[in-house]
Design a protein around this ligand. Structure first.
Ligand SMILES: [Fe+2]
Length: 321
């Protein structure tokens, strides 16, 4: 079966990442080639593009992607490693942003290359994994652990639980940009074309695969934890209606008063249904782009694939660290 031909803005061609079959048209991805995605009311700016590389002596060098969401609630997603403190301050200053201007900081998970500069933002609302706090150690209720999103700006920016890489991993969904829905994904994705890498770094590959599949059904652009942003394409006739539906807010918006009080409103049944795994509607007719045959644990990983964060060689399950 021949693959459908797609075109995209920026003159980039589609690179299918999954084998085709008549029942499951392939989805594809392509580099975005941009660090700024304009939008209303939120623009997405990649301040620092994450990377990872294997060094000749067997060590790894890496840092995480840092992304700024410019809009009514200035939000930073991940903070890079502590070694990049001055660089992060400089990147923010170049945007005219002082640390005290940032109202929300989301660390997609607690690894050092993502949460290393959290203490630059003591005045912000902080979400690290599933730990939500404000002020001097005031921990706030939410329902991420039950699968419900946490709205930062209802209808525009919300945090989704995307477990797998770590149990409390989150991603940040930004709606209404010029390129559609953007997912700032932390280490849910190491980078585009990361099939051989992500499983070895995952605490729970089965859950992460589910999270990846659901995330890719929502996102038009993914900003991964250790590589440049990439676009997500779906075959015509398959994704367009679904995407139109998925980009609508899928649960009643939280009363802004709840946010001012610092907590998320208790989720309605409709809101919980939007993201709870057991109730998530199955995306039919499109296989996940990254579905690959399972690779044996402890198997060989290429040097390129080893170049990922959290940056321990794969180890057998159950071996204590
Ligand atoms: Fe990580």
């Amino acid at each position: 079966m021949s693959l459908p031909v797609h075109t995209a803005p920026l003159g980039l061609s589609l690179r299918p990442t999954a084998p085709s079959s008549p029942a499951s048209p392939p989805e594809g991805t392509a580099p975005l080639g941009l660090s700024l995605i304009p939008g209303t009311p939120y623009s997405v700016l990649v301040l620092q593009e994450g990377y990872s590389r294997a060094l000749p002596d067997g060590t790894m060098q890496a840092d995480g992607t840092v992304t700024l969401l410019r809009g009514p609630r200035l939000t930073l997603v991940d903070t890079g490693g502590p070694w990049g403190r001055e660089r992060l301050l400089g990147l923010l200053a170049a945007q005219g942003v002082a640390p005290g201007d940032v109202s929300h900081v989301v660390c997609t998970h607690g690894h050092s290359d993502h949460a290393g500069n959290l203490n630059l933002f003591p005045g912000a609302t902080l979400l690290v994994g599933f730990d939500l706090s404000r002020g001097e150690g005031l921990y706030l209720p939410h329902n991420l652990g039950d699968g419900a999103p946490y709205p930062i700006d209802p209808g525009h920016v919300e945090v989704l639980p995307t477990p797998g890489h770590t149990a409390a991993h989150t991603s940040v969904l930004v709606r209404g940009t010029a390129l559609g829905t953007v997912l700032v994904a932390g280490d849910l994705f190491e980078r585009e074309q990361d099939e051989a890498a992500w499983r070895a770094l995952s605490e729970d590959p089965a859950r992460q695969e589910q999270s990846r599949r659901r995330a890719l059904a929502l996102a038009d652009v993914v900003i991964p934890g250790h590589g440049p942003p990439f676009r997500v394409f779906r075959p015509h006739g398959d994704d367009t209606p679904k995407r139109r539906v998925e980009t609508e807010p899928r649960y009643p918006q939280t009363d802004p008063q709840d946010l001012r009080r610092g907590g998320a409103a208790p989720p309605s049944p409709e809101r919980q249904a939007a993201w709870l795994p057991a109730q998530q509607p199955e995306i039919t007719g499109s296989e996940p782009r990254y579905r690959q045959p399972p690779r044996p644990r402890g198997g060989r990983v290429s040097a390129a694939d080893e170049g990922s964060p959290c940056h321990q060689p794969p180890r057998p399950r159950g071996v204590p660290v």
